[in-house]
Design a protein. Structure first.
Length: 364
């Protein structure tokens, strides 16, 4: 058995105090500062764990503002008091234009009525801007004030696409360049403005590009492939929520193609994390690339003179020397016709002349 030792006890007490301190720091909850009385006077706050140190009137909500980067998710978790009567909280988020992000019943923090209830609001903005200012108002709910002790846990986390440092563009402008491989990326569904991710990849004529998107089970996603001129080559929709979507196209022209992965409010109620897999298969002989439909082959009349342009009546070209032969034959025929018609006439005239002279001679 260890002998009691004052030195060991001191070390244990010190370590214990240190542990408590570290845990305390991790879970540090700070008082939610008093907010402004409107958008103009909104108080800037940073992500953190807050608790109200005063009741907030239901008639006079308090306003805060915070900044979120493109491709970062803002999460606001509100926890009602564990005991009490008519316990309610009411929190609303607004964009820079002071328009509610999710109004009314779509707002997960709208009038949370009941002890210990928790509501979580997530919002994932796209890369349309580098960063966004959002406003948050607390208090001002239905039947009662938001009570002292209500907790607000606010976090901002990266949800960048395919290992980049931002959200893949929602438009043809500035898509993220990728090479064949497997990637992780995010779309907002109903919880944000990141509803499309555009990628760009280099392909060669005759290759087959296959894009496979694996969504979470509740999302119904869409994958569209466009050629370098932004012309749609093929759409593929998930037939049911959770279905893996595969879009495969044969490449008719070397260059870049665009890949759009789409998940809007009709696709998912929540932010989705998806796997994007891109493969490129080399050309296979005998396959006609998309966009280069096989032309109907009209049997060509091949004559000795060479190629004949399709669609035009072929000119009959005779072999060398044939013209002369034809001419000679033609002349011969003409001569024969001439002799056939003129011959008997000449013969009759000759016979006539001979008879005339014979009769004349007899008279003498
Ligand atoms: Ca994204
Ligand atoms: Ca996007």
């Amino acid at each position: 058995m260890a002998k009691f030792n004052a030195k060991n006890l001191a070390i244990a007490v010190f370590l214990g105090a240190l542990l408590v301190g570290v845990i305390g720091m991790v879970n540090a909850q700070q008082a939610l500062p008093k907010g402004g009385d409107g958008f103009e006077t909104a108080v800037k706050i940073e992500p953190g764990n807050y608790v109200t140190d005063h009741d907030i009137s239901r008639k006079v909500p308090e306003y805060f503002k915070l900044t979120v980067g493109a491709g970062q998710i803002l999460a606001v978790k509100v926890t009602n008091l564990p005991t009490g009567v008519d316990i309610i909280s009411h929190t609303v988020l607004y964009n820079e234009d002071r328009v509610m992000l999710l109004p009314g019943y779509d707002n997960p923090l709208d009038n949370i009525y009941g002890v210990g209830l928790i509501g979580i609001y997530k919002w994932l903005p796209n890369s349309g801007q580098d960063s966004y200012v959002y406003y948050m108002s607390v208090g001002g709910g239905g039947v009662n004030f938001t009570a002292e002790g209500t907790k607000y846990d606010i976090s901002i986390e990266d949800r960048f696409d395919v290992g980049s440092q931002t959200d893949a563009s929602d438009t043809f402008e500035n898509p993220v360049s990728i090479t064949p491989g497997e990637y992780t990326a995010y779309l907002s569904g109903k919880e944000g403005t990141d509803t499309k991710d555009f990628y760009k990849t280099a392909v060669k004529k005759g290759e087959t590009l296959t894009v496979k998107v694996t969504p979470p089970s509740e999302a119904r996603m869409k994958v569209t492939v466009y050629d370098g001129d932004r012309k749609k080559l093929k759409d593929e929709y998930a037939p049911n929520p959770g279905a893996i979507v595969t879009n495969s196209v044969s490449i008719a022209k070397s260059g870049d193609v665009f890949i759009a992965v789409i998940c809007d409010e009709y696709c998912s109620e929540n932010v989705v994390k998806y796997t994007l897999s891109v493969t490129i298969r080399p050309p296979v002989e005998g396959e006609a690339p998309i966009g280069e439909e096989e032309e109907e082959v009209t049997p060509e009349v091949i004559l000795p003179s060479g190629e004949v342009p399709s669609g035009e009546a072929p000119e009959i070209v005779l072999p060398e020397g044939a013209k002369e032969v034809a001419k000679a034959v033609g002349k011969g025929i003409a001569t024969a016709i001439l002799f056939w018609i003129a011959g008997p006439i000449v013969l009759l005239i000759v016979i006539g002349v001979v008879v005339y002279f014979l009769l004349k001679k007899r008279k003498k």
